[in-house]
Write a protein that binds this ligand. Structure first.
Ligand code: PLP
Length: 413
């Protein structure tokens, strides 16, 4: 991200002038990163408590991941799916095994995995379930976040994601998140899938009631509807288990994976399911030039190997307890509520202290990088290599920011 001979002001000015303004980033200009830390162009260090929205679960430049990436750069990086590569089969085999499924469809971005999952569900509905062509419907949850393509924003309930982007894709039914009866009521003979985040990430790390996912699983099975779990942010050890669904012993029909699957290096996503579902795709019916390329596949294989050790899942579980305990201790001192599982915490701030955005600015000045999700909610999702001491230090900085803001508000009043 750094520019030769350009300080952070220059880099910011260039970005402001030439980059589309579809984000509103904190004024931190990263120049390098290592583990849980990011260093800016002026040499200031920040503890990364966002981890690129969980794409950097294994830390910045994990040595096993950069080693395989370097080696693959010197071997072969892209052949397209017109030919085979010696990396794709081993990656798909390893990922299928991790998921307990039979087939993997490799794609690139998370949104592409979601789009692909929707296409597979519709095709399955038409070819296997016998839904009349063009009549399939898919049930989704309010306040979902599944990406930014036209079809995906078609079933968003966030006005800023939709406004001005119509016309929209039909075929989706929205029900409240956390209410299995609403799903049962919305299902009809043309329903092909229920698409959910097991824990809603962008909505503010919303953990559903304990019986929700087991009941959704049961309803889907009884009505012959595919349960599709979007684990793009919640999966791959973020919550202390390989998949968030594991907390409830629920196995969906389809996993959608992305973000951390690419090891923080490559965009790599996947749809993972058994052959009775993914087998509906035949040559020519779906594809991607870069999907499953040798560089991404080599990295993805290493990611699956890291996950197979269980080390990151247990780190997230143990350190997550510490993070949640420390954050909950701030309830009453400017924090209203703390939600989440593992090293994934949504923290509601007293709106009287300012917006989430304002507090993330202040935290950045204290050397801790977080991101607001909605209004007054902050998300803490550090790389899973973070240490106990670093967690304590981050919460100390947060405590100091809250105290400063409380003092500031009191003096203004
Ligand atoms: C980030 C995210 C996506 C979209 O992934 P992109 O790689 O940004 O396209 C989809 N679903 C969930 C749950 C996400 O958090």
């Amino acid at each position: 991200m750094t520019l030769v001979d350009a300080g952070s002001a220059d880099a910011l000015a260039l970005e402001d002038r030439y980059t589309a303004h579809n984000y509103s980033p904190l004024p931190v200009v990263a120049a390098s990163a290592d583990g849980a830390w990011i260093t800016d162009v002026e040499g200031r260090r920040y503890l990364d408590c966002l981890a690129a929205y969980s794409a950097v679960n294994f830390g910045h430049r994990h040595p096993a991941i950069t080693a395989v990436a370097h080696a693959q750069l010197d071997t072969v990086t892209l052949v397209s799916r017109a030919f085979h590569s010696d990396r794709l089969g081993p990656f798909c085999a390893a990922l299928a095994r991790l998921c307990g499924k039979e087939l993997v469809l490799p794609m690139n971005s998370g949104a592409e995995a979601v789009e692909s999952g929707i296409k597979v569900a519709r095709k399955w509905g038409t070819d296997v379930k016998g839904v009349p062509a063009g009549e399939a419907n898919i049930i989704v949850a309010e306040n979902n976040f599944h990406g930014r393509t036209i079809s995906i924003v078609s079933f968003s309930t966030d006005e800023s994601a939709r406004s001005g982007f119509g016309p929209f894709t039909p075929g989706f039914r929205t029900v409240p998140f956390g209410d299995p009866d609403a799903i049962a009521a919305a299902i009809d003979e043309n329903t092909v899938a229920v698409l959910l985040e097991p824990i809603q990430g962008e909505a503010g790390i919303i953990v559903p009631p304990a019986d929700y996912l087991p009941r959704v699983r049961d309803i889907c099975s009884r009505h012959r509807v595919l349960m599709i779990a979007d684990e793009i942010q919640s999966g791959l050890a973020r919550t202390g288990r390989t998949f968030a669904c594991d907390h409830w012993d629920v196995v969906p029909d389809v996993y959608l994976l992305g973000k951390a699957l690419g090891g923080g290096v490559m965009p790599l996503s996947a749809v993972v399911a058994d052959a009775d579902v993914l087998g509906v795709l035949h040559p020519g019916e779906h594809g991607s030039t870069f999907g499953g390329n040798p560089l991404a596949a080599a990295i993805g294989t290493t990611v699956v190997e890291l996950l197979a050790t269980g080390e990151f899942q247990s780190r997230s579980a143990t350190l997550g307890t510490r993070l949640h305990d420390r954050l909950r201790a701030l309830i009453g001192s400017g924090v209203l509520a703390v939600r989440g599982l593992g090293l994934w915490a949504g923290v509601d701030i007293d709106p009287a202290l300012g917006t989430g955005k304002h507090l993330s600015h202040l935290l950045a000045q204290h050397g801790v990088l977080v991101k607001d999700t909605h209004g007054s909610t902050l998300r803490f999702a550090p790389p899973l290599v973070i240490t106990e001491e670093e967690i304590d230090w981050a919460v100390e900085q947060f405590t100091a920011v809250l105290a400063e803001e409380r003092a500031h508000r009191a003096s203004v009043r």
